[in-house]
Every structure is written in C-alpha cells, then in structure tokens.
Design a binder for this molecule. Structure first.
Ligand code: PLP
Length: 424
C-alpha cells in the first residue's frame, strides 16, 4: 500500500465514513478546473463541486493570487476590537446582493456555524425583548448542519439518533410537494396559532441533503407571509443554494417575501477556504442595539472573519459577477433542462428535477428513497470507474458542477448517467 494511504488509514478519521468496511480514500495530488488529479494518474471530473463548494473550478489562479497576496499582508487578527479591509469589503459585497432588507453581517467558519448563529440571533432577538417565543418550525427532511442547534432543526434519523436526547424541540411541517402545498400551509397556520413560535428555518426551494428535493417559490412565499403575520423570525439557510446554484444569486431572489436572517457559506469563497456568514435585517439588529451589556450577542470563533478567507471570497465574488460566469450558469441550467427532458420518462427514473445548475434524477428503487438506500453502493463506483465523481444521495443521482464545466465535459457526465440507467 502507498505509504501515505497507510498513514491515512492509521491516523485519520474521515467525515461520514464508517471506520471499517469503507474503500480506501483516493489520494489526490492536485486539481485544476473541473478535474481532480489523483496520485495514481487519473483525472476525475468533479461533478459535485466537492460537496457543493466549488464555483470557478479547482485551483483557480485569480483566487489563489488573492489568497497569496492577503497571506503576505495580514493572515489573521482577532476580530473583536479590530477589523480589516477584506472583511469590510466582503460585507459590502454581500449586502449588495443579499435580499434588500439585510443590513449587517456576522462572520463564522462554515455552514453549520452560519446556521447556528442564525438560530441564536433569532432566539436572543426575542429574549432581549423579554418576549417568550421559544418554539421553532422547520421542514421535514431538512439538513442544516452537524452542530447541535443545526441538528435539532434537521431531519431526525440515523445521523442524529445518538444525540436525540440532547436536541431541542422543533415542530416539523411536511415537505411542500406540489400536491401537498395546501395541506402543509394548513399545518403551518395551525402551528402559528400557538403564538409561541419564534422562528421558522428553511432551505429555500431546494432541500439539498434530503435528495435535492425541490419545491415552489409560490408556496414558500405563502409560508413566509403567514410567518410574518404571526411575527415569526424567518431564517433562510442559503448555505447550499447561494451564489448562483439555483440559477439566481440566491434562492431567495425567486421570492417576494424576504427572510429576516440569511445563512451562507459553501460557495462564498469559490470553494477555496472555509467561511460562514449570517446576515440579518435592521429589525433583528435593533434588539441588540442597547447599552445593556447583558444583551450583547456573545458569540464568536477564533478565526472569525479570517482575512485570507475574506480575500478569497472577494476574489470569487468578482469572478461570479462577471458576465462570463453568469453565462456559464445559464448555459449549465439550459443543458440540465434538456438532459432532464430527454431522460424524464426513462423506465428507471421515478422523477427528474432541475433548478438552475442543480440536476437531480431520483431512481426507482425497491426500498424507500433515502440517503441509506443501497443503490448508492452501485452508483458511486460505477461513475468513479469512468473517472466521474458523482456522490449520490441514496437513490438520487445529482449533477452540480463547478460553473467552468464545458458542454463537452457535461456530456461526458450525462452519457455515463444514461449508460448507468440503461444497465443497472
Ligand atoms: C443547507 C445546508 N445548511 C448547512 C450545511 C452545513 O454546512 P457545513 O457542512 O459547511 O457545516 C449544509 C451542508 O451540506 C447544507 O446543505
């Protein structure tokens, strides 16, 4: 065995990976554009943007140069009592594109913490005003991250079972499938009657980890409008859907109603460095704007607003705003749509769905659709053998490429999917 891999198996505990029975990880030497270059000389298409983070391709030189320049100038500084230009610029950049009511940003390190901060802001918003509104509503099937607050508002099951005694109470509404919208709206309104609901958290338009399940902006607008009428703080978890993934900059851009709090991460640095941001409206800020020290938002991380991560985010932001990148997003969306049309009636497909740069094909399976569905054991190696990285969510194959992918590369992925569907 390669010495590095031997050391890896001795020393490292990989995420979401059983410690026994898992195949050896693939040793990667470098990456460029959509390709991951492996130690054994393979070139693998990263068709899932490395856990949905990569926007402009791997080892993008423009971002790499911004990172290098920032690292030589100011690598990090405590963010309480000090500040710096990359963070201030990033705040401006973000507030220019986030829903218009957002007025301040709070930095953290990843998607889970961006959600955690959003939840804590919402809870303390009520606490600071001496109002008891302790309950929160979330949507069944949600995934908001792996910290305790984020787990509490996520789907309960295999992932959270060991911790179930430690998660706080959450009221879950059903997923608003097109034929269930009215029923879900009624469930939601019934919950709001209690007057104790303080917040509503949701992944706008696409629930990622539950299998790229998609729902309509119209029903989300109705839910948000009902929440607003009952004075409920609405938290949009745009960790996955942000930065062009759904075809617009944010999924919230498809809505008329605006969230009070927005959590972002993943694509924010173009997939180069960890960074989380939670923004909020002036109304949320107002509950913390007081001389009463005890009402401070006592939250922070050592690497809050790391200048190198902020510089990477600002560079990625510039690339994202270029006409070329916006055209790439529209092109991928159009390609996905046409592949979806071609495949949607395939005998092995239960449902094909598409939203912007996200394509999901739910395969017919004997067992219920879920992350643990055994079909993933067939799907993952089939594509890897063809040098394509597709990491299915159970029986859902999804394609979510970096925006720099060419049509030719996309066709290679589509052809392999078509081959799989004909043969499995
Ligand atoms: C919608 C959503 N929220 C939060 C998270 C957690 O992000 P992270 O893995 O960076 O903690 C994820 C991760 O997949 C996500 O999809």
């Amino acid at each position: 065995m390669n010495n590095l891999l031997r050391l890896d198996s001795e020393l490292i505990w990989h995420p979401f990976t059983p410690l026994t029975g898992s195949p050896q990880p693939i040793l990667v030497d470098s990456a460029s554009g959509v390709y991951i270059h492996t130690h054994d000389g393979r070139k693998i298409i990263d068709a899932v943007s490395s856990w949905w983070v990569n926007l402009h391709g791997h080892a993008n030189t423009y971002i790499a140069e911004a990172i290098a320049a920032q690292a030589k100038k100011l690598e990090h500084v405590i963010f309480a009592g000090f500040t710096h230009e990359p963070a201030i610029h990033l705040a401006q950049n973000l507030l220019n594109i986030l829903p218009a009511n957002q007025s301040k940003v709070f930095f953290s390190d990843n998607g889970s913490t961006a959600v955690e901060v959003g939840l804590k802001m919402a809870f303390q918003f009520w606490h600071n005003q001496g109002i008891t509104k302790k309950k929160i509503i979330a949507i069944k099937g949600a995934y908001h991250g792996d910290t305790f607050g984020a787990m509490s508002v996520g789907e309960r099951g295999m992932f959270t079972n060991p911790f179930s005694n430690y998660l706080f109470d959450v009221a879950f509404i059903d997923f608003p499938y097109p034929d269930k919208e009215q029923e879900v709206l009624d469930q939601f309104r019934a919950l709001l009657l209690s007057k104790e609901i303080g917040a509503f958290i949701f992944e706008p338009l696409v629930q990622g980890a539950s299998g790229m399940r998609m729902y309509s902006p119209a029903i989300l607008d109705l839910l948000l409008s009902a929440a607003k009428k009952s004075d409920v703080v609405c938290i949009a978890d745009e960790v996955f859907t942000g930065f062009g993934r759904t075809g617009k900059m944010f999924a919230s851009d498809y809505l008329n109603e605006m969230p009070d709090i927005v959590s972002v991460s993943k694509g924010i640095t173009g997939g180069t460095l960890p960074l989380g941001v939670t923004s909020c409206s002036a109304r949320i800020v107002s509950a913390f704007t007081t001389n009463d020290f005890t009402k401070t938002f006592f939250h922070g991380h050592s690497y809050t607003a790391n200048p190198i991560a902020c510089a990477a985010a600002n560079a990625s932001f510039e690339l994202l705003n270029k006409k070329e990148c916006q055209e790439q997003i529209s092109r991928i969306a159009a390609q996905h749509q046409s592949f979806k049309r071609k495949m949607q009636y395939h005998k092995n497909i239960k449902e094909a769905r598409c939203q912007g740069t996200i394509l999901a094909l739910e395969l017919k399976a004997e067992a219920e659709s879920s992350y643990a569905n055994d079909l993933r054991k067939k799907i993952y190696p089939f594509f890897l053998e063809r040098n394509i990285l597709l990491r299915p969510l159970g029986n859902v194959i999804y394609v979510l490429p970096p925006y720099v992918i060419t049509n030719e590369q996309l066709n290679e992925v589509y052809d392999a999917i078509a081959e799989f569907l004909d043969t499995f």
